[in-house]
Structure formats: C-alpha cells, structure tokens
Design a protein around this ligand. Structure first.
Ligand SMILES: Cc1cc2nc3c(=O)[nH]c(=O)nc-3n(C[C@H](O)[C@H](O)[C@H](O)COP(=O)(O)OP(=O)(O)OC[C@H]3O[C@@H](n4cnc5c(N)ncnc54)[C@H](O)[C@@H]3O)c2cc1C
Length: 384
C-alpha cells in the first residue's frame, strides 16, 4: 500500500519548485515565511494546507535535500498550543521566530514527583501584582540549556482538585532565578536537565489561556507530543529502521544463526506493520476522516519495536557487541551503539508504555477508567 500523489504538473508542487529555484538553500526564516515549516497552520504562519498539500510540500523539500529548522518542542508542541489559545500579541511575538528555528523552546512539565501523574505537580506560581512568582523544580527538561523559552505549567491554586489549579505560562529561560543543571544520560549525552526556579518573576502577559485552566492546554501539548514522537524510524523518527538493519545484514553476506534470523524477520514484519499503520493514518487524513485508534496504537508499538531493533543490532555484533562502539558486523556507524543505549528512553519519554496502554484501553477499547486515589475522584486523568 502506498499513497499516489498528484503528478508533476500539480500547481501546488510547481509553487514549491518555484520557491526552491529562487531559494536553492533556504534559511529557516525563508522557509517559515513561505509557510513551508508548518504548512497546515493558518496564514501567515502556514498555508492552511490540507494533508495532500502537506505531503506534496514534504516530497518536494525532501527531493531538494532541504531540511526544516530543528526545533521539535517549539514547532511540534509549544507552537500548536500558542496557536490554539495564545493572545494575538503572543502569536505575533513567538510563532515566526519559533518556526524559523531562531528561538528554541523546551518543555517544563515533569517534576521529581510528577511524571505520569503530571497533574500532581508542585511547582507554584503565586500572583504578585502584574507578575507570577515561580518557585519549584522541573526535571528531564530536554534542551533547557539551549532554549530561549520554555512552556511551563505551575500550580496557581492548591486548594482546588489538582487538575483545576494549574496555569500555563511562557517562560524566558534567561529569567533571573532560573538554574539549569545538566543530567548526562548513559549514552554520555547531555540532552536533558534539572531546572530550578527560585522566585522567578514572569509577567501575567506570559500566561497562555486563563488562570487555573492550564491543564486543558497541557493536554493539547501532550496530544501533539504523542503524534510527534510516533513517526517512522526507530528513535522517535530519527533513527534507522528495521529495513535498514536487514539491508545491513544483507550487505554483510546474511545471517545464518536461526534465532537471530527469526528475530530479524520479526523486526522487519513489525517495521512494515508500523509503516502501514502510519500510511493508514495519513490516508485517513487525506480523505478527511478522523485518525482513528491507529495514531495512539502506533506510539505504543513503535517504542517497543525501536528497543528490539537496537537490541538485535547489538546481538548481531556477537561478542564484539560488548564493546561500547560496536555495531553489527563491525560496521562503524555509531548510530547503532548510540541507539542501543538510548532506546530504553523510548518507552518512558512522552508518556510511558504503561500509560500509553491505559490510554488505548480507555479511549479506544472503552474499558473502565482506573481509580485515582490521589484525586479524591473515582477516575484518574493521568498525563492525558
Ligand atoms: C529522553 C527523555 C526526554 C524527556 N524530555 C522531557 C521534557 O523535555 N520535558 C518534560 O517535562 N519531561 C520530559 N521527560 C520526562 C517524561 O515525560 C517522564 O519521564 C514520563 O512522563 C514518566 O514520568 P516519570 O519518569 O516520573 O515516571 P513515573 O510516572 O514515576 O513512572 C514510573 C513507572 O510507573 C509506571 N506507572 C505510572 N503510572 C502508572 C499507571 N497509572 N498505570 C500503570 N503504570 C504506571 C510507569 O509506566 C513507569 O514504569 C523526558 C523523558 C525522557 C526519557
């Protein structure tokens, strides 16, 4: 199954080609102003493009070797939330630099005692005249050391049920009172951080939506996060695929060990199932149908699949696999050893495997909600 896109003479396709002729190596700003970074966003930030138009733009940019700005949290999660509930002044100020990749964003959600049960967060935002004063700690904040802004959720009212006292704020990362402390993960990479807030003043103008109504906006962000983290490729859309591993094995003369062969075949089949699920979701969008349960099932399957592909690559290296840098058959591409060490994060970040299953059980299969003792209400609303 594959999607057949409109042909070479489609005016939308020709429009992208004309742009690329004028800008053979476009900057992030040029791509953003042309509406090609998030084409489905409304003008002036996007083109209000339908799914087919988006696919055409993707195809033309890929063919020309043009990459969009790398600002995953900004473009994928913060931007859509500001678009959804931001003031005209916030949209004017933040959206274009974010699309252009000129201002990088991070997500200040998780805390030491609030991950899956995010609504239990303890970071306070106390109103003081025209400011909120922020006090507390966030953790696992990807890119906080690189970001100019963060989307922050903090508790403005501790007296009401936990989901009702949260406010959504835009936080400049150079604000006085913010300390960013690195966490180095087992790949040796410094990608996430602890972030401490010691009486950080944020203007009320930085609030997105109404005071105490931030949980519904956090759910908009988390919904975009799940979709964004369920693309093709084994490391949240960024790593090699099972088909790449099979190809590597082929190039090296094949594999005769029966159990490894069986696992390779299994990984290839799972990779194809995921590819088809992705195509089915895209096809539904192109036909104007809602995405259906495939979208949420995909992240749950893709994360476990990513771990298996990376473990299999390590096992294919035999005894050499015990060396940190080893990749299958002594191939030196470090993506495999990095992927092996990073892959346990796949079933944690963006909502754990167990939480994904809860969402599928409750939303897609219609099973009863689990009881939530903390909330004092019969139903849990964990990280969703
Ligand atoms: C690579 C990476 C990048 C990240 N980047 C960011 C970021 O930029 N910003 C940010 O805010 N956060 C970020 N996170 C944090 C991430 O969102 C949390 O780690 C995740 O939500 C899980 O929370 P936790 O770590 O507190 O685990 P916990 O919620 O404490 O979970 C511990 C275990 O209990 C299980 N569990 C919890 N509740 C249930 C339940 N109801 N039913 C069944 N099992 C349950 C979980 O599945 C898990 O196995 C990142 C994490 C990773 C790995």
């Amino acid at each position: 199954m594959d999607l057949i896109l409109p042909g070479e003479d489609d005016p939308r396709r020709l429009g992208v080609r004309a742009f690329l002729e004028d800008h053979p190596t476009p900057t992030g700003r040029q791509l953003a102003e042309a509406g090609y970074v998030a084409p489905h966003w409304p003008r002036p930030w996007g083109l209000g493009a339908d799914p087919l138009h988006q696919l055409l733009i993707d195809e033309e940019l890929r063919r020309a070797g043009v990459r969009r700005p790398d600002n995953q949290i900004g473009i994928g999660w913060a931007g859509p939330t500001i678009l959804h509930a931001g003031t005209p002044a916030q949209k004017e100020r933040y959206l274009m630099p974010l699309l252009a990749g000129e201002e990088i964003w991070c997500q200040l959600f998780s805390e030491p005692s609030a991950g899956s049960d995010l609504a239990s967060l303890a970071t306070r935002a106390l109103r003081d005249g025209d400011d909120y004063v922020i006090r507390g700690q966030k953790v696992w904040t990807s890119g906080a050391h690189l970001a100019q802004f963060g989307i922050l959720i903090a508790r403005t009212d501790p007296e009401v049920p936990k989901h009702d006292g949260i406010t959504y704020l835009i936080c400049p990362m150079d604000s006085q009172g913010i300390t960013v402390r690195p966490i180095v993960d087992m790949t040796g990479m410094h990608s996430f951080n602890e972030v401490f807030f010691d009486d950080v003043h944020l203007p009320v103008a930085n609030r997105v939506g109404e005071e105490n109504r931030g949980w519904s906006l956090a759910k908009v962000t988390l919904g975009n996060e799940r979709v964004s983290l369920s693309g093709a490729g084994t490391i949240w859309g960024r790593g090699p695929t099972a088909a790449d591993l099979v190809e590597l094995v082929r190039q090296q003369g094949g594999c005769t060990e029966p159990l490894l062969r069986q696992r390779l075949a299994g990984a290839y089949i799972d990779g194809e199932v995921l590819r088809l699920l992705r195509l089915r979701t895209v096809a539904a969008a192109v036909a104007g149908r809602p995405p259906g349960p495939e979208a949420s099932v995909r992240k749950a399957l893709a994360d476990a699949h990513g771990k298996e592909v990376m473990r299999l690559a390590k096992d294919l290296s035999g005894a050499a696999g015990m060396l940190a840098e080893a990749a299958p058959f002594g191939v030196t591409d470090p993506v495999w050893s990095f992927g092996f060490l990073f892959s346990p994060a796949l079933t944690i970040g963006g909502g754990t495997a167990e939480v994904q299953r809860n969402i599928i059980a409750e939303r897609s299969l219609g099973l009863p909600h689990e009881p939530d003792r903390d909330a004092g209400t019969p139903w849990s609303r964990i990280r969703r």
